[in-house]
Design a protein around this ligand. Sequence first.
Ligand SMILES: Cc1cc2nc3c(=O)[nH]c(=O)nc-3n(C[C@H](O)[C@H](O)[C@H](O)COP(=O)(O)OP(=O)(O)OC[C@H]3O[C@@H](n4cnc5c(N)ncnc54)[C@H](O)[C@@H]3O)c2cc1C
Length: 369
Amino acid sequence: MNNVERSFWELSAMVEFDITIIGGGILGLFSALEIRKKFPNSHIAVFERGILPQGATSRNAGFACFGSLTELIANVESMGEQETCSTVEKRWRGILKLRHTFEDLDIDYHQLGGHELFFDSKNIEEEISQMNEMLFPIFKNKTFALNKTKIKAFGFNKTNQLVENVLEGQLHSGKLILALQKKLREANISYFSGAELTGHTNLQDGLEFEINHQTTFKTQKLILTTNGFVPNSIQNVKPGRGQVLITNPIHDLQIKGCFHFNQGYYYFRNIGNRILLGGGRQLDFEGETTSDFGLNDDIQSDLIDKLKTIILPHTQFEIFKQWSGIMAFEETHKTVIQVLDKNVVYAMNCNGMGISLSPITAEELINYI
Ligand SMILES: Cc1cc2nc3c(=O)[nH]c(=O)nc-3n(C[C@H](O)[C@H](O)[C@H](O)COP(=O)(O)OP(=O)(O)OC[C@H]3O[C@@H](n4cnc5c(N)ncnc54)[C@H](O)[C@@H]3O)c2cc1C
């Protein structure tokens, strides 16, 4: 079937677009919807190489978060206070936009709060109060608070302090993608799956691009939201693999909400009465700087150990599934929107908070089209 000749119908209506997005993750899908708002009559298409999206969005942990206390302290160190506040403000606006775009029920959104576990007894009250002051203009309230009673209620081991943030939420990443795809259909945006971009060539008027090495399309603008599958010309973005596991249902599970420890290197949450746990990249940064999916045995063993020794020390559990996802990192933890040549733009949220950032990055991307 590779060299089937084109019909008149295909040539006249099906192979030319005004704006084409490559990548069917949350950023690609939100971007398509934003582009539709600005260009109500344009022919817009999204091409995703997997039958299901194959990057981070359908393989992540489903936290709708804007950063734990220690993650934000680390952000202040790397980006400064102003940039950190601006990023937190965007993440928060992104969460509000998600909830405005979808019914909570459709994406299984639950605002069960975020919690950070501390294993030492170092006094962190000063750090909490400084962070609350810094974030006050955004949240108009105290964002973080110590809550020791929850350590016992959740049954955690080795944990000396717990910092709570009631604003953090969790959602179902698979349902989020389906809800976004439904919005695309309603907005009359074409969506192709199993369709990998394998090349493109500039033309006088727009460009020609090739899908699966076999089918050629034309477009005026090509937007790459391929995240950890970074185009060769982008030097400052690296892929990062993340390891995740989920347990079988646990009888009478008391743990509800989102949880972080070690500056966000570990994160876990309940999904109904299961625990999803991810992280551990710091154990093998080099090995996990890859865009190849795959389980890292050492990190997966470490995750199981964390379940046994910290999270579920008194509970029998079984692992239901282990998987990996590919994200992207920029050295300074900033969102990247870069024009590759005049009609091609690459955009990526950076780091592990694309759920909250994508709705806003999609708005920013519009300025490049
Ligand atoms: C393990 C893990 C846990 C995470 N947990 C959270 C979390 O709890 N909360 C949070 O906010 N963020 C989390 N993240 C990060 C978040 O998932 C990402 O920031 C977000 O999903 C990025 O969305 P995206 O659309 O930019 O990229 P992706 O979802 O990676 O989408 C890119 C898409 O491009 C497609 N693609 C690539 N190359 C081509 C090509 N040549 N042609 C066609 N298609 C192509 C891929 O198949 C992929 O579907 C996590 C990430 C991982 C990996």
